[in-house]
Design a binder for this molecule. Structure first.
Ligand SMILES: Cc1ncc(COP(=O)(O)O)c(C=O)c1O
Length: 806
């Protein structure tokens, strides 16, 4: 289906790109008549189209585009339909929206005298800073994480275009890399001497094997223009693509050439083109897994794009009689990238991209789950597992998960608002593929050298406060906390540990006594000290009291003194920054800092348990403790780290780790194994590539605003605890007594389940609805969760709106 182009066609196409120059008045009249739009007009730049920005009185912004006479109308329709297709399949992807005419057409035709008629389109205006703007602010530098995010956005766009086609896609296009050879050939005259040899070699190779390979590769409608000026981004906290504009270069082509455009656009900003290309490719594969055949031609396609850029920049300058310094600079940048890339060995290039190459999925030996009589399954379960706890009055038999959705054996879909483990979404294909590939390659322990465990540590270190740089990988959060306590004891010589009441820190013999949620506090051993959790709603110090942080943290000083007096002394204070066992608390701002300082003064080490809050859940930060301006001695993490695969870790400062290692060895057969570390890296790729932390901040704020509104509408709702994408909706019988409405909470949980939304009822008093979804939660998901909660609260029967300890 590739449409090749002759040299003459290419020259004429390039020449013909001239924007029309219509007067504003007839354009404004036309737009009012055919689109019903009026407002303020501003002329925008445009190479082959005349562009205006139109701002209506209501503040809506549009771009009005008038195509040149030579532009093929079918190709304009192709672009408009592509935009509509994207809007339909991935509405969150910010691309211009097509504003149809009042008659429902994609284009209108504006006459400009002398019988000439131009095609006019109206698109929504997508606002944002371009990557180029960002580059100029940042001294022309893109980090590996930035490149990963850019690759991911390009992959997502490519996936959204899968399955779309239109005859307008089959047009000859000078920027279609399938024409790279013919263009390269005649553009030779415009190639600088110093890279002529590299260019000749590259084009020869292109002619030899790449062109022959292209027709066999996966093809589809491709965006084909993912470069610095077309991609809109937000830089903080992580680079996030917030929009993609200019669909004028779309064609039908190979997936590989689409990716090559993005790689070529971003690698020349890096002194290490190979590493930069690998980061873009890794991000891309989050949405669009590549096959080895795609990768085999990638380097040639990137080179072809770069050569085209070198040549066309100069060609257009000459043809248009333009000669400016900016073009010269661009040309030398592209030229440098050509020579660097041309001198990288083909196999080395493919090998560098290969860690993320994914195989075609293997057929699974997993036993197919079929719908079973739930009661029969419950009895069978009891006979195998004893009376182990299950969720819900009638337990769920889940058989499948995807994104934020779970499906039971009868095919019913549930919105998962509870499982933070599947942080980047259930069964994320990129993570699953990485897991499958590594499992089929090597899985062994961390006594052998392997780069993935190092890469994981290095990448995570970069997200933590300075000094937290020495890692021990384990399998569960419990193991990480267990080890943290052992290290603290070994380094301080003390034995005691301070935790908050109702906390949960795990299940080993060391941390089970620190999980006060699980047993009666009266039975706690003498080395455990419990301090009141900083609950500003119903804790011993409440919202209206002054110095809450000071008062709550004073309990840490007192607890340490008691431990000292009893003998064990204080080895550590261990705090979960969302106080999950207490119903998702937001402590007074200075609480954690003061608690850590006071524990430190008593000789204890400070451990931040990030098993719940880590990996972006707070929205504002990667780690939950960061909002409170503290510097823990150790951080433990787990649950979401491998998106469901068991991997957890402890990180501490070098001197603490060395001191521990001097006294004792530590080995964990499965901790940091090859598959687990690959999975954790892949999960991190998705977290960063899709900027799910930013998503948590945005969707979390949206959800929080809705939940806050419940306080005004439901007497049962006493307080909304939590932040980011972790909320506790505390139900009370009435707001004055604050008596816990535990029966109502249970009823709400069950009713929400029947409405297809999964939450839990938790908290020390059992009256808190816990909402803690995967971070891949969308605004629509948040609305669905909220609606179900609202409905359930409305329907709570009067006889359950009572205080009860049942
Ligand atoms: C705050 C906290 N720490 C530690 C753990 C223990 O993690 P794991 O179940 O992976 O052993 C949990 C588990 O729920 C937790 O919530």
């Amino acid at each position: 289906m590739q449409t090749t182009i002759t040299e003459t066609e290419a020259r004429s196409l390039l020449r013909s790109i001239k924007a029309p120059q219509l007067d504003l008045k007839p354009v404004a009249d036309h737009v009012l008549e055919h689109y019903g739009l009026a407002g303020e007009w501003h002329q925008l730049e445009g190479e082959r189209e005349q562009n205006y920005r139109l701002v209506t009185a209501a503040g809506e912004r549009f771009v009005v585009k008038i195509a040149s006479l030579e532009e093929d109308e079918e190709s304009l329709i192709f672009q408009a339909k592509a935009l509509e297709h994207i809007e339909q399949v991935d509405p969150a992807l910010q691309v211009p929206r097509v504003r149809r005419t009042l008659a429902g057409d994609l284009l209108s035709s504006i006459s400009a005298g002398e019988g000439r008629r131009y095609a006019l389109r109206v698109l929504s205006y997508v606002a944002g800073e371009t990557v180029m703007d960002l580059l100029s602010q940042r001294g022309f530098n893109l980090s590996a994480d930035d490149l990963l995010s850019l690759g991911a956005a390009q992959g997502r766009l490519a996936r959204a275009l899968q399955g779309f086609n239109h005859r307008g896609a089959l047009r000859p296009m000078p920027w279609d890399l399938a024409n790279g050879l013919v263009l390269g050939d005649w553009l030779r005259d415009y190639i600088p001497d110093e890279i002529r040899r590299d260019v000749d070699r590259a084009l020869e190779h292109f002619a030899g094997s790449t062109l022959a390979a292209l027709p066999r590769l996966r093809s589809q409608a491709i965006y084909n223009d993912f470069h610095e000026s077309n991609v809109l981004v937000r830089a903080e906290p992580l680079l996030e693509v917030v929009g993609v504009i200019d669909f004028g270069d779309m064609v039908y082509g190979t997936v590989a050439q689409d990716l090559a455009v993005a790689v070529a656009s971003f690698i020349h900003w890096s002194p290490e083109p190979l590493a930069a290309a690998a980061a873009v490719v890794r991000g891309y594969q989050i949405h669009m897994p590549l096959e080895s055949a795609d990768l085999a031609v990638l380097k040639d396609l990137v080179l072809a794009r770069l050569i085209l850029q070198v040549g066309l920049v100069r060609y257009q300058a000459v043809v248009n009689g333009r000669n400016d310094q900016h073009l010269d600079e661009l040309q030398s940048l592209y030229s440098a990238a050509v020579s660097r890339l041309a001198n990288i060995d083909d196999d080395a290039f493919v090998a560098s991209m290969t860690p993320s190459v994914v195989p075609t999925p293997i057929s699974s030996p997993v036993v197919e789950q079929t719908a079973t009589d739930i009661q029969a399954l419950v009895s069978r379960r009891e006979s195998v597992l004893g009376k182990a706890y299950t969720f819900y009055n009638e337990p769920l038999q889940l058989v499948r998960g995807r994104g934020t959705k779970l499906f039971d054996a009868s095919g019913t879909e549930y919105l998962d608002c509870y499982n933070n483990v599947a942080n980047v979404g259930h069964c994320h294909p990129y993570v699953v593929q990485a897991l499958a590939q590594q499992a089929a390659t090597l899985n062994t322990n961390s006594r052998y050298l392997h780069s993935e465990i190092l890469r994981l540590g290095e990448r995570l270190t970069a997200t933590l406060p300075e000094g937290l740089d020495t890692w021990i990988f384990v399998c569960t959060g419990s193991e990480a906390n267990d080890l943290a306590v052992r290290i603290a004891r070994s380094v301080t010589g003390n034995e005691g540990v301070i935790v908050t009441e109702n906390s949960y820190h795990g299940n080993t013999s060391v941390v089970a006594p620190l999980s006060l949620l699980e047993y009666d506090i009266k039975d706690k051993p003498s080395w455990v000290e419990a301090v009141p959790a900083p609950n500003v709603y119903r804790g011993i110090h409440r919202g209206d009291q002054a110095d809450l942080a000071e008062r709550y943290s004073d309990h840490v000083t007192e607890a340490a003194a008691r431990l000292g007096a009893r003998g064990p002394g204080a080895a550590a204070v261990l705090i979960d920054s969302i106080f999950d066992g207490n119903g998702a608390l937001v402590p007074p701002q200075d609480y954690m800092r003061l608690a850590f300082e006071k524990a430190g003064r008593a000789g204890a080490l400070c451990i931040a348990d990030e098993v719940q809050m880590g990996f972006g859940r707070s929205g504002t930060d990667m780690w939950g403790f960061e909002a409170f301006n503290v510097r823990p001695d150790m951080v433990t993490m787990g649950k979401p780290m491998g998106n469901g695969h068991p991997i957890a870790a402890l990180v501490t400062r070098r001197e603490i780790a060395l001191e521990f290692q001097r006294r004792t060895g530590y080995f964990n057969t499965f901790g940091g194994n090859t598959v687990s570390t690959v999975v954790a890296n892949a999960t991190l790729d998705v977290l960063q590539g899709e900027n799910l932390q930013g998503n948590a901040e945005r969707v979390g704020a949206h959800l929080k605003a809705s939940l806050d509104g419940l306080i005004g509408t439901h007497e049962l709702v006493g307080h909304i605890h939590g932040r980011g994408l972790f909320y506790g909706v505390e139900l009370v019988v009435d707001r004055t007594s604050r008596a816990p409405a535990k029966l109502a909470a249970r009823w709400v949980r069950e009713r929400m389940k029947s409405l297809g939304v999964l939450v839990a009822s938790t908290g020390p008093l059992g009256n808190v609805i816990k909402i803690r979804p995967p971070l891949a939660f969308s605004t629509a998901d948040a609305d669905r969760c909220f609606e179900a909660l609202h409905t359930a609260l409305t329907e709570v029967p009067p006889d359950l709106r009572i205080a009860s300890s049942a």
